[in-house]
Design a protein around this ligand. Structure first.
Ligand code: 13P
Ligand code: SF4
Length: 356
């Protein structure tokens, strides 16, 4: 299928998909009807989306919300999606673990993944009968790109008998080779569940270090890193503390150890959100992708956010125009060969069963 971000109302030449109705590309003008239909949604993002920009977003928001019902589709959005996606078109938002759990139980026909490719693959593994779409196939991840299934097989040869735990930020190819998956929300629990004295932990070297600091199990790690979180430094956080006395610093465990050492709390994106929301009347610094602060701020109105801004270029490939194209033209479908999917699914299901 073609990869086409269409702007300006030029329909791309995409063949109809059998079994699905053809939906005409809607008019994307900002009419009084569109303004009225979306005004309650603008209330959720007006702290971050200037009023001059809303006439660009609103026609997409209205069209996406209409067409997703027509298609019996749901949009799963990670906490790093932009405010207009997170607040105005997503049906479910959350961290990787929450999205995976929801994907396993959905009643819809189509899942549109507001997130990156490994997340769409996880949804497909857990909902194999559904059509899973990602609005941009190039939405990757530096962690997922750092390791292959062949690398895992080589590690197993080098460390016979040592179980392999894979962070969910990996391809299905890698998940098919490992014993169990984990997310940042359950990594320590997963490692300890194996009842062994050492594990191979791939691919995030920093999450591995964080887990090692929380358990007696010896962690043998891979050399991957998240290109967003590895850029933060402990020095930078010290300067924020000096400039903002009393600030609570909340870090994602994909950050390097000197950053974690400066943090008051470390947790998954969902854990970070819960901790931030509890700081009523306080000041908070979220050491993670910058859309998170925008998204939490819409519900944590009594918390002041200080925003160091590291964008994830992969997450930012997902936009309202691409989500609309995804729904209209059923692009880009994520598929996984059945034999590989069966093995990869086991690793994800073992994790989910452990943390139900
Ligand atoms: P979580 O939402 O699971 O904490 O993951 C963060 C992340 O980097 C996803 O790409
Ligand atoms: Fe991957 Fe980091 Fe982007 Fe998450 S924030 S998708 S871990 S590169």
């Amino acid at each position: 299928m073609m990869s086409t971000a269409t702007l300006g109302g030029h329909p791309p030449a995409v063949a109809p998909v059998s079994g699905f109705e053809v939906i005409e590309r809607p008019d994307l003008s900002y009419t009084p009807e569109v303004a009225a239909e979306t005004s309650h949604l603008y209330e959720r993002v007006k702290h971050i989306v200037p009023s001059v920009e809303w006439p660009f977003h609103a026609p997409y928001v209205a069209a996406i919300n209409r067409i997703k019902k027509q298609r019996n589709a749901v949009i799963l959005a990670h906490n790093y999606q932009t405010a207009e996606i997170y607040n105005c078109v997503a049906d479910v938002v959350g961290d990787s673990l929450q999205l995976a759990k929801v994907a396993a139980k959905l009643d819809a026909k189509i899942i549109v993944q507001g997130g990156v490719h490994f997340m769409a693959e996880t949804s497909k593994l857990l909902s194999p009968e559904k059509m899973v779409l990602i609005p941009d196939m190039k939405a990757g991840c530096s962690l997922a790109a750092s390791i292959t299934g062949a690398d895992v097989r080589r590690l197993r040869e080098a460390y016979p008998g040592v179980p392999v735990v894979a962070y969910v930020n990996t391809s299905a190819d890698v998940k098919a080779e490992v014993d169990i998956c984990c997310t940042s929300a359950n990594a320590v629990k997963v490692v300890e569940s194996l009842g062994v004295d050492r594990v191979l932990f791939v691919p995030d070297q920093y999450l591995a270090k964080y887990v090692a600091s929380q358990t007696k199990v010896k962690i043998i790690s891979w050399h991957g890193a998240c290109e967003v979180h590895e850029r933060f430094t402990g020095e930078e956080l010290k300067r924020y503390r000096e400039a903002h006395p009393g600030i609570r610093i909340i870090a994602h465990p994909e950050c390097p150890p000197d950053v974690i050492a400066e943090a008051d709390f470390t947790g998954s994106t969902a854990g970070m959100i819960d901790y931030a929301k509890a700081q009523h009347g306080g000041k908070v610094l979220l050491v993670t992708e910058c859309s998170m602060a925008d998204n939490v701020a819409s519900t944590a109105k009594d918390v002041e956010f200080v925003r160091p801004c590291n964008l994830c270029p992969h997450m930012k490939r997902i936009t309202l125009p691409k989500i609309l194209d995804s729904l209209l033209y059923l692009q880009h479908e994520v598929t996984i060969p059945p034999e590989l999917a069966a093995r990869a699914r086991l690793s994800v299901e073992r994790m989910i069963n452990l943390t139900q």
